[in-house]
Design a protein around this ligand. Structure first.
Ligand code: SF4
Length: 240
């Protein structure tokens, strides 16, 4: 068992004071060690955003059983891919088999459509948006969507935690029409996490449906940074 270290403090993010704490390995580790704290942090920021929206008289329309947004392309970072792959690996064999089959068929639909399953080149925002809309048009459910609910809710990716809307549920079925009113969050933790854990400081991501293939084909890197170094990088990235 690796020795851990805890640090806490207060941050102001977009004018919002926030108490944060991180418990991470003291020594060298892989960036996924930071994920539980990053998930909690994303939840905190989303709570702040929801409170702000509700104070202005609006209501979040997302509800259990509405999986419309779970047919969108879900961007995740490599450490999140490894986390999801480990989650599938730890499932009972029958459940893991079903999830793997859903990953496979989702990927096959995307490949058959002519879209690159790994997404467009990094940094091209227009291509990213166009890819997202075309992907949604395929109607491919997330492999973790079961009976229109997230089957891995406590472990869902960072970006899923940050996506809430105030528009009517029907609007989510018309992505790209301008009808979806997504609530603004003070900071996009998924992108901050991705940039701060990427070795070259860039935004490293893949569509969620690539996660299992990516992990099977890409050996996990050697740990090169300590837990506190990852926290420092994340806090630095947040301030940008
Ligand atoms: S991980 Fe869960 S919340 Fe995220 S898209 Fe998949 S089913 Fe939906």
């Amino acid at each position: 068992m690796q020795e851990t270290i805890t640090g806490s403090g207060q941050l102001k993010i977009n004018g919002e004071p926030m108490n944060i704490s991180f418990t991470v390995p003291k020594g060298l580790c892989l960036p996924e060690a930071l994920l539980p704290d990053a998930q909690r942090f994303a939840n905190q920021l989303t709570d702040v955003a929801v409170a702000r929206v509700e104070r202005s008289g609006h209501r979040i329309s997302c509800a259990k059983g509405c999986g419309a947004c779970c047919r969108q392309m879900v961007p995740i970072s490599p450490p999140e891919a490894r986390h999801l792959a480990a989650l599938v690996e730890a499932m009972p064999a029958a459940q893991a088999g079903e999830v793997r089959a859903r990953f496979k068929s989702a990927r096959e639909v995307v490949v058959a459509s002519g879209l690159p399953p790994h997404g467009p080149a990094e940094g091209d925002q227009a291509a990213y948006r166009a890819f997202g809309i075309s992907y949604f048009g395929l109607g491919v459910p997330c492999p973790f969507l079961v009976e229109e609910s997230c089957s891995i809710h406590p472990d869902r990716p960072l970006v899923c935690r940050e996506y809430l809307v105030t528009s009517p549920p029907a609007a989510c079925g018309a992505l790209g029409s301008g009808q979806v009113k997504q609530i603004p969050v003070p900071s996009r933790v998924w992108a901050v996490f991705s940039r701060s854990t990427s070795e070259d400081g860039g935004l490293a991501w893949m569509p969620l449906i690539e996660a299992l293939d990516y992990v099977a084909e890409t050996p996990a890197p050697e740990p090169v940074r300590t837990g506190p170094q990852y926290v420092e990088a994340l806090l630095k990235e947040l301030k940008k």
